[in-house]
Design a protein around this ligand. Structure first.
Ligand SMILES: NC(=O)c1ccc[n+]([C@@H]2O[C@H](COP(=O)([O-])OP(=O)(O)OC[C@H]3O[C@@H](n4cnc5c(N)ncnc54)[C@H](OP(=O)(O)O)[C@@H]3O)[C@@H](O)[C@H]2O)c1
Length: 329
């Protein structure tokens, strides 16, 4: 099992290597790939040093699986080349997600859609992944009509440059900027580019990707995505309107039994999910579970997950594990 990690020096790539190591992923050969400027540098995996190779070298080594997190353009250009070489690509960028021929997978929700023919598989947007893990079991039970979500997203979601911007601002250093405004002590209601309808691309990703992953275009979603000066993970305030009425204790019990979810909801003892606690965890944390008293059959939730883990690396590695387990690779 030869595995290429494309974007191995980036924020997601670094976590990808950590997740592969922690889960004792059954790889026999690791092929770390990054841009030309990093070729020849070394990364450490399981205590051993591995040289970073170029895209062409990696393709020539014909990996079984390539885990891509090197931006959309890199993926559009090179994923088909890996596919030609017989590699199954799992891609973290948004390049392939809405392509009707490409599966968009969150293992807890729709891994069953995968077949041996899927040679490029898309990993959804980080804010969508953590939301659908929670929506799916509730949709199965009560049928969701509409979701209103506002996000509070970590700077780690923008990559290395954004983390540097936040840290530089804290130290009073004038450095490269990932955002159009200061991020420290600030809140930016703007993630990705603005579109003609007044939403951002990130917001529309949450709408379209949710419908695709849940295989249900009848679920209406409206999103406001917001960047905050936080590191550990993304948080989401989610309001869900159901077709059928629900019992709050049953909602809690369904979530507690669902794979990949940890319920942290004990307000009497001030227990609720926070990015500091979700940081470096693979699960999705849910709390503040309460009835929306302004509407019938509506529920409010607070959902937190480490965007570099379940929102990116862990989800991709879980897809790879599923492919191996079902002998689809
Ligand atoms: N951050 C998140 O929470 C998150 C979540 C889901 C998906 N994603 C997606 O994952 C991707 C990477 O995000 P990130 O946050 O890890 O970004 P990042 O920290 O900026 O890292 C980018 C990585 O891509 C490599 N790269 C850039 N151009 C390349 C090229 N032409 N050929 C080969 N490698 C190249 C870089 O290598 P060098 O070091 O050599 O430049 C680096 O390893 C993006 O598509 C992003 O949208 C990110």
């Amino acid at each position: 099992m030869k595995v290429a990690v494309v974007g191995a020096t980036g924020l997601v790539g670094t976590v990808m290597l950590k997740v592969l190591e922690e889960r004792n992923f059954p790889l026999t050969e690791l092929i770390p790939v990054a841009s030309e400027k990093s070729v020849g540098k070394e990364i450490t995996f399981k205590g051993k040093k591995f040289p970073i190779v170029s895209m062409d070298t990696a393709i020539g080594m014909r990996p079984d699986i390539a885990l891509f997190s090197a931006g959309g353009n890199t993926s559009l250009e090179h994923a088909p080349r890996f596919k030609e070489a017989g590699t199954t690509v799992i891609d973290n960028s948004s390049a392939w997600r809405m392509d009707p021929a490409i599966k968009l997978i969150v293992p807890e929700v729709n891994a069953h859609e995968l077949s041996i023919d899927n040679k490029i598989i898309a990993n959804p947007n980080c804010s969508t992944i953590q939301m659908v893990v929670v929506l799916k079991p509730l949709h199965d039970k009560y049928k969701i009509k509409r979701v209103v979500v506002s996000t509070y997203q970590s700077v780690t979601g923008t990559g290395v440059k954004a983390v540097e911007q936040l840290m530089n601002e804290r130290k009073g250093i004038d450095g490269p900027k990932a955002y159009p405004y200061e991020i420290d002590l600030n809140v930016l209601p703007h993630i990705d580019v603005f579109m003609d309808n007044g939403y951002t691309k990130e917001e529309m990703k949450m709408v379209k990707e949710t419908n695709k992953i849940m295989s249900d275009d009848s679920i209406k979603v409206t999103a406001t995505t917001v960047r905050i000066p936080v590191m550990g993970g993304h948080s989401e305030s989610v309001n869900i309107e159901f077709e059928n009425d629900f019992d709050l204790a049953e909602v809690r019990s369904i979530l507690e039994k669902s794979p990949g979810i940890i319920v942290v909801d004990d307000v009497a003892n001030l227990k609720y999910p926070m990015p500091k606690d979700a940081h470096e965890k693979d699960e999705v944390f849910v709390g503040r579970i309460r009835r929306d008293e302004s509407a019938p059959k509506a529920l409010n939730l607070w959902i937190v997950a480490d965007n570099l883990r379940k929102g990116a690396a862990t989800n991709a590695v879980q897809i790879a594990e599923y492919l191996i387990q079902k002998e689809l690779v």
